[in-house]
Design a protein around this ligand. Structure first.
Ligand SMILES: O=C(O)CCC(=O)C(=O)O
Length: 361
């Protein structure tokens, strides 16, 4: 069950709350057991950096395709996240998208509240969705909505946006859809999932976006911008909007910061791709931390199977490898319902999808 949003004090959003805050953070936001960020133990060493994939090189026809796919496979297996450079999405469109997003979060609260999350729903503008009354809240405001299939769009959200924001988002989503499908197809090919199966599962699949605003916080170490989790998605393509860092990924038990390269997208493997690849790929656990002085914004686009498709280990992969399926199969619509009925909590939802030894007959 989801509780309706409590509004700390009279504030409708963390953005409003942060404007008036001195040093005392309301207790709903204070997280006592935050795992620290990994700090290199000698000054000359730096944080491990996440791998980079050059899209232009990846899709260049001809030589070394096997090597390139092998590299893609090992990146998605070992890391589950990479920076994508030379991605081919129009630079001026990306800039316009960033500007429109900044403008949106800076519009007066009354305007944003037109899209306010209603109790029991998970699409719209608001704070952390609560599943328990004592649940901690993230230091962020979010706008989440399903954008594809078209008939699943809520009439009070995207269609009501200011025209410039709406048109920019539409154009951005169109270009990212092409990029997302090309990537998914190659990621499938790299583990011998048949092309037809990737198309059948993901083409015109369920897509959604999350726009997030992280206000500055006077005591950033006591709050978290986005609770650690892995995405319930095939892949996520993330745009960091205003050059302020905050994304961290958990690698070998340590939280490491992601330093975005200029003009890059960050692509991460979600739980559904881990399931589809029967565990060859790893969905990455990530979180967002906040800054003491600067606000931060991001735009994530999630690529999922069609709502009526099965989420389970790929049939062609199981057939071709002869390996037993390691995960259960569930229809996408039900998968999403179950995911949103729980609070974000690391990779615990994925754990529930694993077939345990005792489950086999
Ligand atoms: O803001 C970020 O950097 C991360 C956003 C994200 O992971 C999400 O919206 O799921």
């Amino acid at each position: 069950m989801a509780f309706s949003q409590p509004l700390p004090g009279s504030h409708e959003s963390v953005q409003e709350l942060a404007k008036e805050l001195t040093l005392i953070i309301p207790h709903q936001y204070v997280q006592e057991h935050l795992e620290p960020t990994f700090i290199p133990n000698n000054c000359s060493s730096t944080f491990p950096s996440i791998p980079v994939i050059d899209m232009k090189d990846l899709i260049r026809v001809g030589s070394n395709m096997d090597l390139k796919l092998e590299h893609l496979r090992s990146v998605c297996h070992e890391w589950g996240i990479f920076q994508l450079v030379n991605h081919g999405v129009d630079k001026s469109l990306v800039e316009k998208m960033k500007n429109q997003l900044v403008e949106f979060f800076n519009t007066p609260m009354e305007e944003k509240l037109r899209y306010k999350l209603k109790g029991g729903e998970y699409e719209g503008y608001g704070q952390t969705i609560l599943h328990a009354q004592d649940q901690k809240m993230d230091w962020a405001d979010r706008f989440y909505m399903i954008t594809n299939p078209l008939h699943r769009r809520k009439s009070n959200l995207l269609p009501q946006f200011p025209p410039l924001l709406r048109d920019t988002l539409e154009e951005y989503m169109l270009q990212l859809q092409k990029l997302g499908m090309t990537l998914l197809s190659l990621i499938g090919q790299a583990v011998d999932i048949e092309k037809g199966e990737m198309l059948e599962v993901f083409e015109d699949g369920m897509q959604s976006v999350r726009m997030t605003y992280y206000p500055p916080c006077p005591q950033p170490d006591f709050v978290v911008g986005l609770t650690p989790h892995s995405d319930a998605a095939g892949i996520t393509i993330l745009l960091q909007v205003n050059n302020v860092e905050g994304l961290q990924v958990k690698k070998d038990g340590l939280w490491i910061p992601v330093n975005f390269l200029p003009d890059a997208f960050v692509v991460n493997v979600g739980d559904i791709l881990e399931i589809l690849s029967n565990g060859i790929y790893n969905s990455i656990e990530h979180r967002a931390v906040v800054n003491a002085i600067k606000e931060r914004m991001s735009l994530a686009m999630f690529f999922n199977p069609k709502l009526e498709a099965d989420v389970g280990p790929s049939k062609s992969l199981i057939r071709n490898t002869g390996n037993p399926p390691l995960y259960k199969t569930l229809v996408m619509e039900q998968y999403l319902k179950d995911f949103f009925a729980r609070k974000l909590n690391g990779k615990t939802f994925l754990e529930k999808m694993k077939i345990k030894v005792g489950d086999r007959t």
